[in-house]
Ligand binder design. Sequence first.
Ligand code: IPE
Ligand code: IPE
Ligand code: MG
Length: 244
Amino acid sequence: MALAPAYDEPSNPPVHVAIIMDGNGRWAKARGLPRFAGHQRGAEAVREAVEGASSLGIRYLTLYAFSSENWKRPETEVNDLMGLLRVYVNRELADLHRNDVRLRFIGDHAALPSDIQNLITGAQDRTRDNSGLNLVIALNYGGHNEIVNACRELASEVKAGRIEPGEIDELAFAAHLSTNGIPDPDLLIRTSGEQRLSNFLPWQLAYSELAFVDTLWPDFTQEHLAKAVADFQKRERRYGATTA
Ligand code: IPE
Ligand code: IPE
Ligand code: MG
């Protein structure tokens, strides 16, 4: 878990870093390999990100693993991605647990194969009391759907007479999102040069700093993470106020 030598340990790391892990397909294509090879290498890069985040003192790392739109891909690719998730969790869980990582999954899990639902529940339960890095995996996650669900839940509470419409404020709303209890990301990184959110955490990223890096996800290393964090630390966050 060595820190990249080119960067000093930051004194004030972001609390929460979210990453859109993009570019697996292009990584494979550039090498004349099937897309699966890119996803396989992409899963290895997850270890780099987790170790890097732990070394840098980041408290929450959220990784976009599968979007609610990714079902549009060919069935074989969807199956490959689900298969890699199985392999990753089964292979890494013991290590993550030993390293005090707490795992949490966000997204609509009802649509996932039942063994994956069990894997998720098991991993969350096993690591529930860990106090190291909080690793959040967004799986079958879609931001619009998350917001609509929150509205439904709040509407039901109003209908049942438990709350008044006027009591719904930003805090109450956020409590109905899947990220309840998790601070909003300070920094969003998207790899592969694409500059869009692709339905990732639209509510939570409202005031995040954005970093779009050209590196394809399978090539992403702890050094890339350290560089993005160092760049983040040079930025001034204003939240609409004037400069100091
Ligand atoms: C990201 O890589 C992995 C997932 C979306 C699951 P892509 O598969 O999107 O790779 P590109 O964008 O086609 O290169
Ligand atoms: C976003 O990447 C989803 C994940 C990284 C899991 P995509 O590759 O699916 O996004 P688009 O289709 O380019 O917007
Ligand atoms: Mg992509």
